[in-house]
Write a protein that binds this ligand. Sequence first.
Ligand code: ATP
Ligand code: MG
Length: 180
Amino acid sequence: MQLKRIEIAGFKSFAEKTTIEFHEGVTAVVGPNGSGKSNITEAIRWVLGEQSAKSLRGGKMNDIIFAGSETRKPLNVAEVTLVLENEDHFLPLDFSEINITRRLHRNGDSEFYLNKQACRLKDIVDLFMDSGLGKESFSIISQGKVEAIFNSKPEDRRAIFEEAAGVFKYKTRKKKAEQK
Ligand code: ATP
Ligand code: MG
């Protein structure tokens, strides 16, 4: 499984639809302060189901929609699509390419799509749970995260290892079953 491409439109500083291709090996994004590098990783976390506006450096979820600039009017929709190559079926779906889209309208309407089919947030979260790629996973380490891991409570730190070891999914299901 490999991240192939991300398409960003109307998300934060990306007013114009922007496509970023990822090839084999390392991809580095460079640019001056404030040019949108962190916004790319936030777009990835957002499309994977991030629900916390604060962790996307906003006050409310609407803040991720392009808010306008000196030369451009604000937009009313943000849309991000992540394209993953899944030839090895690492993600448990019968597709060799997986497209995930999230869209948010300024009026609060929100949509998720899995290979162009409307789906729920839960479908996306379940697909990535224990894959090491979910929004809570440590495949994305933001500024300040390393320190947060060191300073976290032992049980929270244990959850990190459980996600990595693949047992987190079963614990979540057990908890849900016990609540019913
Ligand atoms: P640094 O090198 O300082 O880490 P960076 O390249 O990571 O910078 P980002 O933090 O990704 O930069 O981008 C910040 C820019 O995104 C700011 O200029 C901010 O105004 C812009 N921005 C954030 N949210 C929005 C929004 N909703 N609409 C328009 N622009 C936005
Ligand atoms: Mg940054």
